[in-house]
Design a protein around this ligand. Sequence first.
Ligand code: ADP
Ligand code: MG
Length: 107
Amino acid sequence: MNPFNPTFGDVPKIFLDRSKQLNTVIKSLEESVSPYQTTFVYGLRGSGKTTFLSDISNQMSKKDNWIVINLAVEEDLLITLVKLIYVRMSNKFRKIFDQLDWHFEAW
Ligand SMILES: Nc1ncnc2c1ncn2[C@@H]1O[C@H](COP(=O)(O)OP(=O)(O)O)[C@@H](O)[C@H]1O
Ligand SMILES: [Mg+2]
């Protein structure tokens, strides 16, 4: 079965309500210890994984104390992550960060 059916932004005729699953993940992300801190979303092509992850990242982005970064598996994954954290951190933290005396070894 391949339920993939690109709608290019149209609202689908049948909308599967995933708000319960969405809230479970969002609530758990804010808890200090929760198995959902690392969540593996899998399923058939077209079953709504990307949409589900976008919904989570949109909701988390609205929160002041969260930095949301979407990474694609490509080269320089770690460097991209650090760069984006730096770019998106609040000015207050960037000031502290810039004052740190870094001693990097080659790795
Ligand atoms: N909750 C939902 N109910 C109905 N259709 C949905 C839902 N979530 C996503 N879709 C639609 O299903 C199609 C595939 O979604 P997508 O998130 O790209 O799937 P995947 O990433 O798993 O391949 C898109 O056209 C999208 O609009
Ligand atoms: Mg996808």
